[in-house]
Design a protein. Structure first.
Length: 139
């Protein structure tokens, strides 16, 4: 799997095994997932070395996001909430993708984000106003 960031703030996940079948990767052929959250170009994207389904993105909108691509919407659970059979544990905006785990803000002109190679869940970011090392508690 390969992840690529786009100028429109979205990113795509590509399955390299499908490139040949898609005629060399023509538009719309080989990507298997497309995510849109950011509003400006992606500046960096990197898979976690510790969790194969998790990646981090940084963007020109001054956000770093962490995604777990193994998560999906649960239609049965959502139906229970709508029917009033279950109460949500927290109120979350309905337009957020279920794969979005974490949003980090507070830096200006973020250029890079990297996973720490030896400390699972820790990220390092560089920006015009310095660097951050952080470790979200929900990872």
């Amino acid at each position: 799997m390969v992840a690529s960031g786009c100028e429109d703030g979205s990113f795509r996940i590509w399955d390299l095994r499908l490139l040949r079948e898609a005629g060399g990767g023509k538009e719309g052929g080989a990507f298997i997932a497309h995510f849109k959250h950011h509003r400006q170009p992606i500046t960096a994207i990197e898979w976690s070395p510790h969790e194969s389904s998790t990646l981090a993105t940084s963007c020109a909108d001054n956000q770093i996001t962490i995604w777990d691509l193994s998560l999906e919407r649960d239609a049965e659970e959502e139906a229970e909430y709508e029917a009033g059979q279950r109460q949500p544990q927290a109120e979350a905006p309905s337009d957020l993708p279920p794969q979005l785990l974490f949003v980090h803000q507070g830096q200006t002109d973020i250029k890079e984000v990297h996973w720490h190679p030896h400390i699972p869940g820790m990220l390092l970011s560089t920006a015009a106003d310095g660097f951050n090392a952080f470790m979200p508690s929900n990872l």
